[in-house]
Ligand binder design. Structure first.
Ligand code: NAD
Ligand code: AHE
Ligand code: ZN
Length: 369
């Protein structure tokens, strides 16, 4: 079938809105009509050419919601008409990782997903007869996309897709990082570096966990108002200080914070986030994605003296078993999604969504088809 899609033909180039061909779903696959998709910084990261797994041409997008159109052979967990959120972290329930009870990092389709193809090693997308790669197992920048059955969370059909699409990545990642990685407790102090969709979701999660002080840090002071509304108590612009930001946070708190979160993808800030964690027990969670060849570093003494460094993907959330419940929480107003949606636009305007992100104007632009 034909589908309107925003195709990334080459790194660093604007997306092109074209009509691609989408082949029917094969065994274990599902054809989904995407209704809405958010634009996450990771889409921009891959488009920039910095992602070691970036392949071109491809259909980016991994923060969507949609409706099942057709299922391939053997698919039993969804049927046409079901409302779904595509998952870049699948949940097969059967692999070593799913069964461990220790992680959400299912490996069922991860190897082929990273190569931009479906589990059988081929693509369902073509343009002018040539293959177009899939992205993160989702490719939500195409109105019609094909995903693996294990990469679909079935959600309440009454959910507002314009908002719950953000549970496909950003908001779930931030909330999950607080709950599953850091396990923030009542009264704990928190520092959040980077106040985009991820950082604001961390703040919302910290407030839900009844954290005490929540320090919001960004070089763009325009982000502070939203952070305050989300629950932050303190605001720091590193550019207002002439000493390292970790020193500023340690001086503000005595010995550092109980938890810090890096929500930018900057390895220098990752170091600062670790080093502003409390001596003896502070922990720092890396959420930001850094480019090819980048490495983190610190003095080992920082860890010897009790700080813990960790990271999380999709907030440690198991998509098929836990995301439907998070959608219900959003529908009951327990998870707030509306404040994240700062812009909405049609697919034709998707390059503006990337510009707004780079200009620091948006939290999330949501594309509708
Ligand atoms: P965003 O662009 O919306 O927000 C980033 C924020 O960081 C902006 O407000 C920007 O002003 C701020 N910033 C930039 N440099 C800074 C600095 N030196 N000090 C302080 N603030 C600074 O991005 P986003 O969509 O919120 O994504 C954030 C990061 O999280 C990206 O790296 C993205 O790839 C990553 N991410 C990871 C996961 C995961 O599962 N681990 C999931 C989603 C996104
Ligand atoms: N492909 C990159 C890494 C990109 C990355 O870390 N992705 C995060 C999700 S970002 C969502 O916005 C993730 O979940 N990673 C775990 C996984 O299995 O992909 C690289 O460096 O190769
Ligand atoms: Zn994302």
């Amino acid at each position: 079938m034909k589908s309107r899609a925003a195709v990334a033909f080459a790194p660093g180039q604007p997306l092109e809105i074209v009509e691609i061909d989408v082949a029917p779903p094969r065994k274990g696959e599902v054809l989904v009509r995407i209704t809405h998709t958010g634009v996450c910084h990771t889409d921009a990261f891959t488009l920039s050419g910095d992602d070691p797994e970036g392949l071109f041409p491809c259909v980016l997008g991994h923060e969507g919601a949609g409706v099942v159109v057709e299922v391939g052979e053997g698919v039993t967990s969804v049927e046409p008409g079901d409302h779904v959120i595509p998952l870049y972290t699948a949940e097969c329930g059967e692999c070593l990782f799913c069964k461990s009870g220790k992680t959400n990092l299912c490996v069922a389709v991860r190897a082929t997903q990273g190569k931009g193809v479906m589990p059988d090693g081929t693509t369902r997308f073509t343009y002018d007869g040539a293959p177009v790669y899939h992205y993160m197992g989702c490719s939500t920048f195409s109105e019609y996309t094909v995903v693996a059955e294990v990469s679909l969370a079935k959600i309440d059909p009454r959910a507002n897709h314009e908002q719950v699409c953000l549970l496909g990545c950003g908001v779930t990642t931030g909330l999950g990082a607080v709950k599953n990685a850091a396990r923030v407790q009542e009264g704990d102090s928190v520092a959040v570096f980077g106040l985009g969709g991820i950082g604001l979701a961390v703040i919302q999660g910290a407030r839900r966990a009844k954290a005490g002080r929540i320090i919001a840090i960004d070089t763009n002071p325009d982000k502070f108002e939203k952070a305050r509304a989300m629950g932050a108590t303190d605001f720091v612009n590193p550019e207002d200080h002439d000493k390292p930001i970790q020193q500023v946070i340690v001086e503000m708190t005595g010995w550092g914070v109980d938890h810090s979160f890096e929500c930018i993808g900057n390895v220098e800030v990752m170091r600062a986030a670790l080093e502003c964690a409390h001596r003896g027990w502070g922990q720092s969670v890396i959420i930001g994605v850094a480019g090819a060849g980048q490495e983190i570093r610190t003095r080992p003494f920082q860890l010897v003296t009790g700080r813990k460094w960790m990271g999380t993907a999709f907030g440690g959330v198991k998509g098929r078993s836990q995301l439907p419940g998070m959608v219900e929480e959003a529908m009951r107003g327990e998870i707030q999604l509306a404040p994240f949606v700062t812009h909405t636009m049609g697919l034709d305007e998707i390059n503006r969504a990337f510009e707004l992100m780079h200009e620091g104007e948006s939290i999330r632009s949501v594309i509708h088809y």
